[in-house]
Design a protein around this ligand. Structure first.
Ligand SMILES: [Cu+2]
Length: 135
């Protein structure tokens, strides 16, 4: 007759936790099943995706053939990997989108960027800034 329902309590707690977690944070595998390689249109891949602060980009690639270089807008435009802001060579890179703005990625292998292995991602704020945030 105690009437305690641990299972019900657990479900209630889980629901509360789920409600508190940022619903928008998610991982995007760049190029989906194709990964980071030549012959994929990354402009088309990024189109329509609502990248948000807290999300991550997952680059998966053959490190013998490709790399990931995060570069400036100018270097993205000119496909110049010689001055990367950050570079990744280990075959799998998780890039956290930690602030709003535009980020630029290219492949560091000769000729790959020019043939389309380049990605631009525009990251939106996690939530609208509210009065009193003091930004
Ligand atoms: Cu490449």
């Amino acid at each position: 007759m105690a009437g305690l329902l641990p299972g019900g309590v657990l479900v209630a707690v889980l629901l509360l936790l789920a409600a508190a977690a940022p619903a928008s944070a998610r991982d995007y595998t760049v190029g989906d099943s194709s990964g980071w390689t030549t012959g994929v249109d990354y402009t088309a891949w990024a189109r329509g995706k609502a990248f948000t602060v807290g999300d991550r980009l997952l680059f998966q690639y053959n490190s013998d053939r490709h790399s990931v270089a995060e570069v400036s807008a100018a270097d993205h435009g000119s496909c110049s990997p010689s001055n990367p802001l950050r570079s990744y060579r280990d075959g799998t890179a998780a890039v956290a989108l930690t602030s709003p703005g535009t980020r630029y990625f290219i492949c560091g292998s000769s000729g790959h960027c020019a043939s389309g292995m380049k990605l631009t991602v525009t990251v939106a704020s996690a939530k609208p800034s509210s009065p009193g945030d003091g930004e």
